[in-house]
Ligand binder design. Structure first.
Ligand SMILES: *Cc1c(COP(=O)(O)O)cnc(C)c1O
Length: 396
């Protein structure tokens, strides 16, 4: 029996489910009933594989980092999702979901975005497929992430600044759900991570599982065995991590190390360490671990990395943490910046700040001598240059 994948009710242990308003019941059940059938169809598989290859640039390389291997006296490979079109793993999901939307006869796409990376990946595939696209983004984020807003607009999307709440990702998600409630028939909502009501966490994990499918083939070729001793990834909502571990979930020989954003420290009040601090609750359609106050109000997350500051976590990861299948460490801003500068100086790769959290997690565990590690570099650092420049003097 598979213990770590979604069950037939849409749950991972006690986490997951589909907590949705009545008006969305029909479109969520339609998606639940259609997604596996579509994903298993020849037409979908051909289109998805071809676009991943020729448009995204897959397979992404599995690169043996000499410097990290020497430093940790292990064998450390980087899975280079940073080399994908649009600079991160997010495009794997948006390509897959727009193909599913087309198959279901949907004619309009909506999405939420925090830092704008998922918004850009969604606007990109909407331009490719000539579908109208509306992206909800908190007003605070619109101001902070001007370049991504301009990119989305250049790609033809409408960006709607959201002024409710703290005007960040959580509020943008609420607004996207509200839009979906008003247009349930013609609109598909492309959720950007392994969050939301069932089937989204499973759907997104399956679309991102191309990462672990490739790791298997690449390791078999390079190492003569198709599994590593340990997989390492950062978790915001959890999609790049889910894709990295998907094919290995039931193989207990493979250890899983997840890095969440500690911000200024787990106990500082300025953090996004959801798994360390979270308690069970329901947000945006699923039951999961949430950072919340005593009386259940969601607390605003903080991380230097915009892609990791979500107050919840994908239900699959809440379950992996609860069962002990995954080890979860919290990485602070400072530790992530240090790791980002080290990779840049020693390998000539400027990583995304999110990915730098995964790199810094290596400091927090003891690797066995010669251990075979695959760490997913979820994205490139171009979007984080301003932040890096601001801290140049401290870390150079
Ligand atoms: C969005 C993003 C993340 C976090 O999202 P997950 O769903 O947890 O993968 C991580 N890395 C990069 C580069 C991102 O853009």
């Amino acid at each position: 029996m598979e213990q770590f994948k979604v069950n037939e009710h849409g749950y991972y242990g006690q986490f997951g489910g589909a907590y949705i308003p009545e008006i969305l019941h029909r479109c969520v059940t339609d998606l639940q009933e259609a997604y596996l059938r579509i994903m298993e169809s020849n037409r979908f598989q051909q289109d998805f594989d071809q676009l991943l290859r020729d448009y995204v640039g897959r397979p992404s390389p599995l690169y043996l980092s000499r410097q990290l291997s020497e430093r940790y006296e292990a064998k450390i490979y980087l899975k280079r999702e940073d080399l994908n079109h649009t600079g991160a793993h997010k495009i794997n999901n948006t390509i897959g979901q727009i193909l599913i939307a087309r198959e279901m006869g949907k004619t309009r796409i909506i999405a939420e975005t925090g830092a704008g990376q998922h918004g850009v990946a969604t606007a990109t595939v909407c331009a490719l497929m000539q579908m109208p696209c509306t992206v909800y983004m908190g007003k605070t984020d619109v101001e902070r992430q001007h370049v991504n807003v301009k990119k989305m607009e250049m790609l033809g999307a409408t960006v709607v600044p959201v002024t409710s709440g703290n005007m960040t990702l959580k509020d943008a998600t609420n607004e996207a759900i509200r839009d979906w409630c008003s247009h349930p028939v013609d609109t598909h909502y492309i959720i950007g991570s392994t969050i939301g009501p069932h089937p989204y966490p499973d759907l997104v994990a399956r679309l991102q599982s191309v990462i672990s499918k490739e790791i298997k083939l690449q390791l078999a070729e390079k190492e003569g065995r198709d599994y590593p001793d340990r997989l390492v990834a950062c978790v915001g909502g959890g999609s790049n991590a889910a894709g990295t571990i998907y094919e290995y979930l039931e193989n207990e020989k493979v250890q899983i190390l997840l890095a969440e954003a500690g911000g200024k420290g787990v106990d500082s009040g300025e953090t996004a360490a959801t798994i360390h601090l979270g308690r069970t609750g329901v947000l945006h359609g699923c039951r999961t671990l949430l950072m919340q106050t005593e009386d259940g109000q969601i607390t605003e997350p903080y991380s230097i990395s915009a892609g990791l500051d979500y107050p919840g976590i994908g239900p699959i990861h809440a379950h992996l943490a609860e069962t002990g299948r995954a080890q979860v460490v919290a990485v602070t801003d400072d530790e992530a910046l240090r790791a980002a500068y080290a990779l840049t100086r020693h390998e000539g790769i400027i990583p995304a700040l999110e990915s730098a959290h995964a790199l810094a997690a290596l400091e927090k565990v003891t690797l066995a001598p010669g251990e075979l590690v695959v760490l997913t570099l979820s994205g490139r650092g171009d979007k984080d240059l301003e932040t890096y420049f601001k801290h140049e003097k401290e870390y150079r």
